[in-house]
Design a protein around this ligand. Structure first.
Ligand code: F6R
Length: 607
């Protein structure tokens, strides 16, 4: 949700900023801009649209200029439509800012400033902050920032430059993430490590409430009372290639291919002596045995991973599991108690609704476990216990490898809860773990049979609307398949419990309408086949996804997709791959911008 970058050093800064913004474009891409120190003034160049369509050509039209410090921004609009004027940086010639997050009381601030003679050009909340900084500025940037921050309500990160303090960058964090990168005689700011990793892997993670004053020689950190804070320099544990496409046409395709490896990285460290092990976060068997309910909370794909979790935890561990979307949970006065465990799932660790649901759970006194991909993120720090999925950075807006490892975590949790509660023996647990360890190879096999999915995509690309159907775990999985397809190919789709079709939705079926049936569960197989017959006899074009050991009813199927077999319970980890790749190839055939679907952004830091 908006990307911030900043540079101060000896190099030409415009290119560094634009390259950094390209890396952050997944966070928002409806406009982009940079502001640079040029001589005695601040030069701002910004434009509506993606960097290659707006900012880059506009920069190329500028007469030559030289600058060695500045700030940049790529936007996902919240206040005000995507337009040149609403793009960041925003300021007035004396101060210029880039902003991620939302200023909740911006109207009040605008009113106040209007009374004091300020005019406003944009529809943004950001302009209120820029002009309040100007109002509070008396020659001392830190003083202006401290006074301004005291009046701001909301969650935000800011990059700020003052014309009179040449080549200095100021940064503020309240919730929305921000890092300060340290190079050799050059310093950076960024919304995350991807923005700076090609220059340095050393960075400081700003904490909420901190202000940074940055010159090319280093950074000083302050709290809001101007006390200096000593911070530890961190080292990013992945290299430049993790943030590059590496020969793949899209990040999404690259990340799908990374899934076998991501699975191994996430699962292996959590297995000790053949058993799932949660000791790294302090989740003991005694605790697991004592919880009354388990709540699993997330948004989008993360929540879908939780739905798979519900099915397997309930069936193996006989423990009630409630899955909730974070945006509903936080406002529905949940029946949560101190005796419950809340598991929040998030790739970014910054999703606003998930973070708030977690805070609420902590307040109520429940135990909280965060399953998060981004190290040091807000959710990771807020939870009482945290375990990291080790998928590496996920750049494509459409989640694939993050969902995969989140789901794998659900299995580890289900096995351990079931063991802790005495529902399965040590031997059974070890057997399940052994079979889970075989999944990465099966995922690889699925990835290797792409022709099947390309054929399906060719049949789907001209559809206006379609259905995914399944029962049990196949239904849980089809929700993810449906989300992938609509998110990147813009084809409307719904996932439906196959047995529920007859209660209304079957009326949608007409000649040629695609129905994607997922049938990987042996005990439900015949039931799903009956549902397939029902839609086929009403004209549906049926895509049938099943294990290679199953025999689909050939006459009812237009496009079969066969999967390597695994224990039924583990099949969602295998069967999600065709769903991802069918969505991917459909979007490619439709010429959609796969990594940057319209209206979306990675990391939803506003509610
Ligand atoms: C879908 C997708 C989203 C995210 C959701 C939660 O492909 O990526 O549905 O899963 O926005 O994001 P995180 O996991 O960062 O909390």
């Amino acid at each position: 949700m908006c990307g911030i970058v900043g540079y101060t050093g000896d190099k030409e800064c415009a290119d560094i900023l634009v390259n950094g913004l390209r890396k952050l474009e997944y966070r928002g891409y409806d406009s982009a801009g940079i502001a640079l120190f040029e001589g005695d003034r601040i030069r701002t160049v910004k434009a509506k649209g993606k960097i290659n369509e707006g900012l880059a050509p506009r920069l190329a039209q500028q007469p030559h200029f030289s600058a060695s410090a500045g700030i940049g921004h790529t936007r996902w609009a919240t206040h005000g439509e995507p337009s040149d004027i609403n793009s960041h940086p925003i300021g007035n010639g004396r101060v210029s800012i880039v902003h991620n997050g939302i200023i909740e009381n911006y109207r009040k601030i605008k009113e106040f400033l209007t009374e004091h003679g300020y005019g406003f050009e944009s529809e943004t909340d950001t302009e209120a902050v820029a002009k309040l900084l100007d109002y509070n500025y008396n020659g001392d940037p830190l003083d202006a920032i401290i006074k301004t921050v005291a009046d701001l309500e909301g969650a935000y990160a800011l990059g700020i430059i003052f014309r009179e303090h040449k080549n200095m960058i100021y940064a503020v964090r309240k919730e929305s993430p921000l890092i300060v990168g340290q190079g050799d005689g050059e310093m950076f700011i960024g919304s995350d490590v991807t923005a700076i990793i090609e220059h340095t892997d050393k960075y400081y993670l700003m904490e909420p409430g901190e202000i940074a004053e940055i010159s090319k020689d280093g950074a000083t950190f302050y709290d809001i009372h101007r006390n200096i804070i000593e911070k530890e320099l961190q080292t990013a544990d992945w290299d430049v290639s993790a943030a590059e496409k590496g020969g793949f046409a899209h990040f999404m395709l690259k990340e799908i291919h990374e899934q076998p490896d991501a699975l191994k990285k996430t699962i292996h460290p959590r297995i000790k002596d053949g058993m799932p092990d949660f000791s790294e976060c302090g989740l003991t068997d005694e605790k697991l045995n004592g919880y009354r309910h388990i709540y699993i909370i997330g948004c989008g794909s993360a929540m879908h991973a939780g739905i798979v979790g519900k099915y397997i935890i309930e069936s193996l561990a006989r423990t009630p599991v409630i899955v909730d979307m974070a945006s509903e949970f936080r406002y529905r006065n949940p029946l949560l108690s101190k005796d419950d465990l809340v598991v929040v799932i998030s790739q970014s660790g910054e999703t606003a609704d998930t973070l708030e649901a977690l805070k609420l759970s902590n307040k109520i006194g429940a135990d909280t476990l965060a399953i998060v991909n981004v190290v040091g993120s807000s959710i990771a720090r807020e939870a009482k216990m945290v375990m990291y999925t080790l998928a590496g950075p996920e750049i494509s807006v459409c989640s694939t490898k993050a969902y995969m490892v989140q789901t794998a975590f659900m299995y580890l949790l289900a096995f351990r809860v079931a063991y802790a509660r005495g529902e399965i023996s040590e031997q059974e647990t070890k057997q399940l773990i052994a079979e889970l360890n075989e999944i990465p190879d099966k995922v690889q096999k699925c990835i290797d049979s792409q022709e099947q999915y390309q054929k399906v995509a060719a049949r789907l690309m001209s559809a206006d609307s379609l259905l995914y159907i399944g029962r049990g775990l196949d239904y849980a999985l089809s929700m993810e398949g449906s989300l992938k397809l609509k998110e990147i190919s813009y084809i409307h789709s719904e996932s439906y419990a196959a047995g529920e079709l007859k209660h209304g939705t079957i009326s949608l079926i007409e000649e040629g309408m695609p129905v994607i049936a997922v049938a990987t569960q042996h005990d439900l197989y015949k039931k799903t086949v009956s549902n397939v017959k029902e839609v086929k006899s009403r004209g549906a074009m049926v895509v049938f996804i099943c294990g290679e050991d199953m025999e689909p009813a050939e006459n009812d199927i237009d496009c079969p997709v066969y999967l390597p077999s695994a224990r039924d319970m583990l099949m969602p980890l295998v069967a999600v791959v065709p769903l991802q790749l069918i969505a991917y190839y459909t979007a490619v055939l439709k010429n959609c911008d796969v990594d940057h679907p319209r209206n979306l952004a990675k990391s939803v830091t506003v509610e």
